[in-house]
Design a protein around this ligand. Structure first.
Ligand SMILES: Cc1cc2nc3c(=O)[nH]c(=O)nc-3n(C[C@H](O)[C@H](O)[C@H](O)COP(=O)(O)OP(=O)(O)OC[C@H]3O[C@@H](n4cnc5c(N)ncnc54)[C@H](O)[C@@H]3O)c2cc1C
Length: 438
């Protein structure tokens, strides 16, 4: 990743951390620090407040990040990174929110364990009741998300319910006799943050469901790209979305299922605004894509990601594609080979299990034949064995001075990142695209 962009993504993270810690700063302005940390029942009380404030803030920002706005993708340099931060914030808020009542209860342990337990028994008090309900729903949803092996679409539906405990938790914070009620700045912070997060998240769900966020396209051509994959060319009904090579989009075909969108890398970006995706036939949705026909509608949301951002830089590059991981490289290769003046040299290693998986082989061969700086090696692992570092070394010289771009199955990405790091290839010279969002 170019240094300037990396710095920008760290700035996004830093701003996020500061915003999450802002309630702690506001709290520290209203009470002398010495009074917050001793004696130890007071310390537990303070820890209870801090875990509650930080947990609620982290939860709100986690939901905001899941709203999948394109500006978040730009700020954090790619949607996969945004969703990674979203996941971490989910874990942090879960831990903090669990510890919030435990610390508050621990304040009363010097009196008696019954006194401590009392904090969990005010079911008749609305402020406490909202807290208990928010906590139970939140814990249930997070545990189901992490422990159950749910289908992606189920997981997404479950996730969409997370705005409910956030709203209820916010009401608990405003009603209960707490710092949020006492300090107007804290109240303003949480009212604004929770409202923005919930509205942004629900708006995104509604916009996606009704196809408003996405742009309307129609299928211009459809056919098999290999035995196991389908190529769909889409033309914009009105204005085309501007995309860069290597980016990905969310596509939904209402003829398969209204509102269900799947991410696909853009395999082709044409000057007339049309684009193409190549989908491996894998599960429910991609199997049904086989029955789509010319003229059917599609809704496209995006673009997201930044995988292809460095390809115009003049240097030696090694691209490794595993199976359907070839798709971002297809648009990157087209872009790279269309500009013959550049000094960069690309070696693309396209690794598939069998010939049935070899998609768009002819167009890649043509690009390679037309551009001497673009070398294509196809590798069939069923015949030639596993493609590993030794094989790569025997085919590409001087790996030390290369930029690496890797897209493919998770195991393959992990393997190459680990062996290249052991070869002292700097982290910022290894660019990856994983076809996984959650
Ligand atoms: C950034 C990115 C780019 C991708 N580019 C391509 C591409 O160019 N070509 C290609 O064939 N595949 C691509 N994929 C993978 C593709 O999205 C899944 O293969 C497809 O959604 C599978 O759907 P299914 O119902 O047919 O399969 P299933 O068997 O239901 O799902 C297989 C896996 O795909 C993922 N998945 C399923 N549904 C969704 C969804 N709605 N949103 C996100 N992920 C989902 C889950 O990890 C799931 O485990 C990409 C994925 C990502 C994250």
């Amino acid at each position: 990743m170019p240094i300037a962009k990396k710095l920008k993504s760290y700035i996004g993270l830093l701003v996020l951390v500061l915003l999450i810690l802002l309630p702690v700063f506001i709290l520290s302005q209203s009470l002398p620090l010495a009074k917050l940390f001793s004696p130890w029942p007071v310390l537990f009380g303070t820890l209870g407040k801090l875990t509650g404030l930080i947990g609620l803030a982290a939860f709100s920002f986690s939901l905001l990040l899941a709203s999948r706005f394109v500006w978040l993708d730009r700020l954090f340099h790619g949607l996969p990174r945004v969703l990674n931060v979203h996941r971490w914030l989910g874990v942090i808020s879960f831990v903090f929110i669990i510890f919030h009542p435990l610390f508050l209860a621990a304040r009363f342990l010097p009196v008696s364990s019954q006194a401590a337990w009392l904090i969990f028994s005010f079911w008749g008090n609305a402020a406490y009741l909202f807290g208990y309900i928010a906590m139970l729903i939140f814990m249930g949803l997070i545990l189901m998300t992490f422990l159950w092996r749910l289908r992606y679409e189920r997981l997404k539906s479950l996730h969409s319910l997370l705005s409910v405990p956030l709203m209820i938790g916010g009401i608990h914070g405003l009603l209960i006799d707490s710092d949020i009620k006492r300090i107007p700045w804290l109240a303003a912070y949480f009212i604004i943050l929770i409202s923005v997060s919930v509205v942004a998240y629900l708006l995104r769900l509604a916009l996606v469901h009704y196809g408003i966020k996405a742009k309307a396209y129609s299928i211009l051509a459809i056919g098999h790209s290999s035995k196991n994959s389908i190529k769909v060319t889409l033309a914009p009904d009105k204005k085309a979305i501007e995309m860069k090579p290597g980016q990905f989009i969310f596509v939904s075909f209402p003829d398969i299922k209204k509102g269900e969108e799947h991410p696909f890398s853009v395999a082709e970006i044409n000057s007339d605004g049309s684009i193409a995706i190549v989908a491996k036939i894998l599960g429910d949705y991609t199997k049904k894509m086989d029955s789509l026909e010319k003229g059917f509608k599609a809704y496209v949301d995006g673009p997201y990601g930044s995988f292809g951002d460095g390809i115009s830089i003049n240097e030696r590059q090694v691209w490794i594609a595993g199976g359907i991981g070839i798709t971002p490289f297809l648009s990157m290769a087209r872009d790279f080979t269309s500009c013959p003046t550049q000094n960069a040299k690309v070696d693309l290693f396209y690794v598939v299990s069998s010939l049935d998986d070899l998609a768009e082989a002819d167009s890649l061969k043509k690009m390679s034949a037309a551009c001497p700086n673009f070398n294509l090696t196809t590798y069939i692992s069923d015949k030639e064995g596993r493609f590993d570092l030794e094989k790569l070394r025997s085919m590409a010289k001087d790996l030390k001075s290369c930029q690496f771009y890797i897209c493919g199955p998770a195991g393959m990405i992990e393997y190459f990142v680990s062996v290249l790091r052991k070869e002292n290839i700097p982290k910022n010279c290894i660019n990856i695209e994983a076809f996984k969002l959650l």
